[in-house]
Ligand binder design. Sequence first.
Ligand SMILES: *Cc1c(COP(=O)(O)O)cnc(C)c1O
Length: 381
Amino acid sequence: MPTIDLRSDTVTKPSPEMRRAMADAEVGDDVFGDDPTVRALEERAAALLGKEAGLFVSSGAMGNLVAQMAHVQRGQEVIAGAHGHLMLHEAASYAVVVGASLRPIDEQPDGTLDLRHVREAFRDPTDVHDPITGLVVFENASAHANNQPVGSSYVRDIAAVAHQGGVPLHIDGARFWNSVVALDEDPRELAGPADSITFCLSKGLACPVGSVVVGSKDFIWRARRARKLLGGGMRQVGILAAAGLVALRDGDAGMIDRLAEDHANARFLAGALADIPGILSPGEVAQPVGERLDPERVRTNFVLFRVERDREAFLAALERRGVLMLAFMPHNGQIRAVTHYGIERSDIEATIRAVREALDELPATAAGASSSTRAYAGSVA
Ligand SMILES: *Cc1c(COP(=O)(O)O)cnc(C)c1O
């Protein structure tokens, strides 16, 4: 029985086209700036997002980290989402490596940060007690708000708030291309107001490794230095960048446009789950718990929900049927299913059958009940 792995879009395997491009990639020593494939990827990413320059890094976490190191001085403070990746899932690198404090702001159900709260979070630079605000970060798409895509008018507004406060705006765009496709926006419009942005090649775009950071030439120079400091200067890394260049091709030759399929599959799954007794809304960030799952909130490739069963027993019952999902934000009992390259409509149909059977097999409990004593079960990528 083949496994239907819906834990994350990070489980995607490279396409045959990518493997061929990797085998044939022209390479050089990238620390010397000699790798033509890396250079081509960095230029392609920058051009797509309307920025001057790009930098290939090992992961989204490294992308966010080098961006912070390039933007922020030690002892400064970063304003960011309270449930964001930066705050919860990057091993406190903002503190350990950047030397910054973090000022968390609760996300709203649409994935945005309330602009009034962002404005109020700025510190008083004339007060000797205060850290000095150095950066605003927000996620697009916003993972803990059901991976909501956030449109360019909000990006312009939050950039204006950051810039009025005299600091840059960084977008953690791990799943930025999901937002671009879901909103049908010009990526340059969506990225334009931000000073820097990181996106992952290794999630829905199906590359084996890597993220790209883009911004001004001067910013990228500082980020490149930060990457070297972290030990992230890689040599004949065009082997990896080659897959990224395939992912970023136009139209059907690339991996961006096909994200629409993942979104349609996620919406289809959510629509079916919503009609199954025992499945409830996820109660994600700022959402009420215990309502019917609303498929309209599924706008990209995440389906978050709760189940009126013990969560771990439910996940185990699914796994026995060859379906993997993830305990997400385990504090409040959410389950996450993520659609991606390699998951077909027939897999979603099999998943719906497995969910029905797993529910029938288990005794009812309160929604979101969990037998796990671990604060964090499973991965959160
Ligand atoms: C996955 C993710 C990252 C980090 O990417 P890695 O490649 O796993 O380090 C950063 N931000 C968000 C919102 C993510 O979902």
